[in-house]
Design a protein around this ligand. Structure first.
Ligand code: AMP
Length: 194
């Protein structure tokens, strides 16, 4: 089956530890570029069931097949036909491979991946302070440290996956929000569409 020429999704991936500002940057990019912001964490919170709820509150990752199914189903929606900003996915190499083959079948591509680099101590401090507004059960000091540890364990192979393809940009995530956004826009401006 040859891909539908109207539907060659160009994706931007936003990586970073919990509290690195992925959601903020993805939402700004969504406004600037007019494509949806898709957060795997948000999708999973909407689909929440008792079993997933427990895993999410502990800070552990959910199974690849469940997460991949939920995210790819969202990417199939008409508003994402031209592309989307993905926040929180992929988080494992298995998820990255599933995304690669989904894109290949549709003639789409990862346009660029941005890693918001923030030191671990700063991540924990940010998560704990956002708890007052997020009201998320996993935004507390003990779970925050666990989520940062899990992130540090899972992320290097994912970053490597995109770095070897020349798609990864590292951004200093400790900078002000608007400066980070400007750097991402600038990187995209000099990067040709594929
Ligand atoms: P987030 O909102 O991105 O911090 O995600 C909150 C929680 O949702 C994580 O701690 C995981 O339990 C689960 N989650 C979100 N995205 C993924 C993913 N790509 N793979 C596995 N679990 C995920």
């Amino acid at each position: 089956m040859s891909p539908d020429p109207e539907r060659r999704p160009q994706l931007l991936l936003i990586f970073g530890g919990p509290g690195a500002g992925k959601g903020t940057q993805a939402s700004l990019l969504s406004q600037s570029l007019g494509v949806p912001h898709i957060s795997s964490g948000e999708l999973l919170r909407e689909h929440q069931r008792h079993d997933t709820d427990n895993v999410m509150s502990s800070g552990e990752l959910l199974p690849d097949d469940l997460v991949t199914r939920v995210v790819l189903a969202r990417l199939e929606q008409p508003d994402a036909a031209q592309g989307a900003i993905l926040d929180g996915f992929p988080r494992t190499v298995a998820q990255a491979r599933a995304l690669d083959s989904w894109l290949e079948q549709r003639g789409g591509a990862v346009r660029a991946a941005f890693y918001l680099d923030v030191p671990p101590e700063e991540l924990v401090a940010r998560i704990v302070s956002r708890r007052e507004v997020s009201h998320r059960g996993d935004d507390n000091a003990a779970v925050a440290e666990r989520r940062v540890d899990i992130f540090n364990r899972e992320m290097p192979p994912i970053l490597e996956h995109y770095a070897t393809r020349g798609q990864l940009y590292r951004i200093d995530g400790a900078q002000p929000v608007d400066q980070i956004h400007a750097q991402i826009i600038q990187a995209l401006a000099v990067r040709p569409d594929r």
